[in-house]
Design a protein around this ligand. Structure first.
Ligand SMILES: Cc1cc2nc3c(=O)[nH]c(=O)nc-3n(C[C@H](O)[C@H](O)[C@H](O)COP(=O)(O)OP(=O)(O)OC[C@H]3O[C@@H](n4cnc5c(N)ncnc54)[C@H](O)[C@@H]3O)c2cc1C
Length: 486
């Protein structure tokens, strides 16, 4: 971006609303910009809760290092890895354990390996699919026919992920494998998920190679051999800080404090604009009012909508259209001798057609070292999501009970846990449904006339940590530039 140099009478004030990863990344980027340009800024970050980090947090309990939210991030998107490099955390990042780099899927009541090289929507080779007990003969033949399925003559503008997979690979591939693998990322209903908004890479593959299998094979020629065989998510690409994701929040916060004031327990209630000045007035819950010249909103869409109602009703009503799903994670620690299954993978995903009451189990201490004491294992069991919302309404006790029953049946877990933590994430996962990109366009069009206000967060351009971090940084740059242009 072009950065102009100027000397203001007094330093412009930029407020960031939200102290999750995206808000912290925005504040950090503003600090960098002031340093790079020599242009003074007053930066304030307001967080509603009494702690920072939003949806991420690491806890230590009884020798376990527990992630209550995100546990790692992908490194082939630049947002998180570049930020770690800039805040001095790169040397403390650890990769996933190569010994267990594969996923299991429940198939007719049994945990079986996801075929080698099956990457979320499609395989990069057919032999592992032929050998797999997951598919019937008819399902295998349909999968093998994928390279011969023509591109649509009249492409659908915004196709659901389910429709795309059914069209290219057949219903069995969708129901038995793709739905649970994708559900593990988005906790979504694939019939409603927009492929273009979530995984445009596969649409591009269809357009370029006429086949996902051929496309993945072409991409594979540029991939390290050990990652070519990995199944599920591309696990070789994931990393996390040695001491857990909170280490990222702590390092980032320490940097942000060098150039910004951080106020926790400071929920913003309303944002106003007066005719006299181009800036904003923010009303806080304690009755205090703050003025600023620029604003970054890094709060979930429904919160940002409330705040924008008075000043940008069109953007506010579009933001309200973005639905959120809820999920509960039950983290439990067990002696390995209490688990019959060898847990020789990173986790187990469960197709909706299996009619179980849990979505997935992550074998967290198989992914990363120092997540469980020697001889023990940490399991994170996911409940609810868009496909099974009825379960998140249960009490903690009832959810732990159903997890206990499911883990006993599926993995042979004898319930004598060394630790149990229940993390509830209500309305926390934005759902990029068909039509999402139109909603994003409406929001951005309405906000285009307010360049000194920008949105960060996971509601618009990607739900993972890298995209979320980038969203905060881009929002910071936009507001900084708008104030520089004045
Ligand atoms: C269960 C779960 C597991 C996940 N796992 C992974 C993973 O393994 N890898 C990965 O890459 N991503 C993962 N994600 C996604 C990722 O964690 C999130 O997308 C990311 O943390 C969102 O950050 P954010 O800053 O945009 O939002 P949030 O973390 O939601 O932060 C928003 C902040 O704004 C504050 N706020 C809201 N309203 C106001 C107000 N009016 N005034 C002041 N403050 C306000 C909130 O209190 C909150 O702290 C996961 C998400 C969930 C829910």
């Amino acid at each position: 971006m072009a950065i102009s140099q100027y000397s203001p009478q007094s330093a412009p004030h930029i407020i960031i609303v939200g102290g999750g990863v995206s808000g912290l990344a925005a504040a950090h980027r503003l600090g960098e910009l002031t340093q790079q340009t020599g242009r003074p800024l007053r930066i304030t970050l307001l967080e509603a809760q009494d702690s920072l980090g939003g949806l991420v947090g690491t806890r230590e309990a009884d020798g376990y290092r527990i992630e209550t939210g995100a546990d790692s991030f992908i490194t082939n998107k630049p947002g998180a890895i570049r930020l770690c490099e800039r805040i001095g955390l790169a040397g403390d990042l650890i990769p996933t354990d190569a010994r267990y780099r594969r996923s299991l899927v429940l198939s007719r009541g049994r945990a079986v390996a996801v075929p080698e090289g099956f990457q979320l929507l499609a395989p990069n080779a057919l032999w592992p699919v032929w050998k797999s007990p997951i598919f019937s003969l008819a399902g295998k033949l349909r999968l093998a026919a994928e390279p011969f399925v023509p591109r649509p003559a009249d492409p659908v503008q915004d196709e659901s992920l389910a429709s795309f997979v059914r069209r290219r690979l057949g219903t069995e591939a969708l129901e038995r494998l793709v739905q649970p693998l994708v559900g593990g990322i988005y906790t979504s209903d694939p019939e409603r998920l927009s492929l273009r908004a979530t995984m445009p890479r596969f649409l591009e593959m269809e357009a370029r190679y006429g086949s996902l299998i051929r496309g993945l094979q072409a991409e594979g020629r540029e991939t390290a051999p050990q990652d070519r065989a990995a199944s599920g998510a591309r696990y070789g690409l994931f990393a996390t800080p040695r001491r857990g994701i909170s280490q990222l929040v702590e390092s980032l916060t320490a940097r942000v404090r060098q150039s910004a004031e951080i106020r926790t327990s400071s929920p913003v209630f309303t944002i106003r604009q007066s005719a006299e000045s181009p800036g904003f007035q923010l009303d806080l819950s304690n009755g205090e009012s703050l003025e600023c010249d620029g604003l970054v909103l890094a709060a979930p869409a429904h919160r940002a909508a409330q705040l924008l109602t008075a000043i940008r009703p069109v953007a506010a009503s579009a933001l309200r259209k973005i639905e959120y799903a809820s999920t509960v994670i039950v983290v439990s620690g067990h002696r390995l001798t209490d688990v019959a299954h060898p847990l020789d993978a990173f986790g187990l995903v469960i197709p909706a057609i299996e009619r179980r009451r849990i979505l997935a189990v992550s074998f967290t201490s198989r992914k990363f070292p120092n997540r469980a004491p020697e001889g023990s294992v940490q399991l994170r069991t996911f409940v609810g999501g868009a496909m099974q919302p009825q379960f998140v309404r249960l009490s903690d006790e009832a959810i732990v009970d159903l997890v206990r029953e499911e883990l006993a049946e599926l993995l042979g877990v004898k319930w004598r846990p060394e630790v149990v933590v229940v993390a509830r994430w209500m309305n926390s996962m934005p759902q990029y449904h068909v039509g999402h990109l139109d909603i994003v366009a409406q929001i951005e069009q309405d906000l285009a006339t307010l360049p000194h206000l920008a949105l960060g967060g996971n509601a618009l351009h990607g739900v993972g940590l890298p995209d979320t971090i980038t969203s905060g940084e881009v929002a910071a740059e936009r507001v900084f530039q708008a104030l520089s242009d004045r």
